[in-house]
Unconditional design. Structure first.
Length: 276
């Protein structure tokens, strides 16, 4: 298991003085399933890109088992909302490409066998191996992306709103699938899962971190013991789950209200005149 330490991390884009993230401090134990929760635009995806090594911290550092992150690594798998599949390659070839990077000594037969195993593990049949992304539904493409990420067997898995563009039924199915894939591993992956959906965070995570408005920092951090984890059935019935859900919503709404700029009557009048 890989422990992650995020120490005094702030971030702004090149050429900008505006901070997106400010003074982020958190220690994550190996094997935790962490949901990063917050409003759209608060810096959740930016934090994930920093952990992935796709961006560099402006100040501070991110350590994995005491080693500072420098660039991307096969030890940190990433699943994005846009699937990340090459449209000119079949689903099988997309997954095989990732496997080749991690296991360069495998021959073609071994690569194909493992790719088909991965497709079946995420609920797809062997025929998908020969299909192109344009022939697949959104849910099928995201299953392929997850198969690719799990296939390279990274100890750290980073997921950036992977189900955000899917319908509610498919989203629920894939949430359950990811949770089962994670739970059945003896040496569990450390997962960072970005979402703005409180219910999704409660179903998946054993730890939820809430980011405030930009420049963002951590406004709430809660660990959920395994015996008290929310299920799809209990989230609206179990008093503890209801209490946690209400607290998460309260924290987010309170932060949003704190960043709303008050308008006086003259400002409102001028805005009305401007748009009429």
């Amino acid at each position: 298991m890989h422990d992650i330490k995020i120490h005094d991390v702030s971030f702004s884009y090149a050429g900008s003085d505006k901070l997106v993230l400010k003074d982020i401090n958190v220690d994550v134990e190996g094997g935790e399933f962490v949901c990063i929760l917050g409003q759209s635009g608060c810096g959740k995806s930016t934090l994930l890109r920093l952990i992935a090594g796709l961006e560099d911290c402006t100040t501070g550092e991110i350590l994995v088992d005491g080693e500072k992150i420098h660039g991307a690594s096969l030890n940190r798998g990433v699943v994005f909302q846009d699937y990340g599949l090459f449209p000119w390659k079949t689903a099988g070839a997309n997954i095989t490409l990732a496997l080749k990077k991690k296991f360069p000594d495998w021959d073609k037969n071994h690569l194909k066998e493992r790719t088909i195993e991965l497709l079946k593990a995420v609920g797809l049949d062997e025929s998908v191996y020969r299909k192109y992304p344009k022939e697949l539904s959104g849910g099928m493409k995201q299953r392929c992306a997850i198969a690719s990420a799990f296939g390279i067997d990274p100890p750290i898995l980073l997921m950036d709103e992977p189900f955000g563009a899917l319908d509610a039924v498919t989203r629920s199915m894939l949430q359950d699938m990811v949770l089962k894939l994670w739970e059945k591993q003896e040496d569990k992956k450390t997962v960072f899962f970005v979402t703005h959906d409180v219910d999704e965070a409660m179903i998946l995570a054993n730890r939820i971190i809430v980011l405030g408005q930009s420049p963002s920092n951590i406004i709430f951090d809660v660990k959920i013991p395994d015996e008290k984890r929310t299920t799809r059935d209990s989230r609206f019935e179990d008093p503890e789950s209801i209490k946690l859900r209400n607290e998460l919503l309260r924290q987010i709404n309170q932060d949003v209200e704190a960043h709303v700029q008050p308008c006086n009557n003259r400002e409102i009048y001028l805005q009305i005149k401007l748009f009429n």
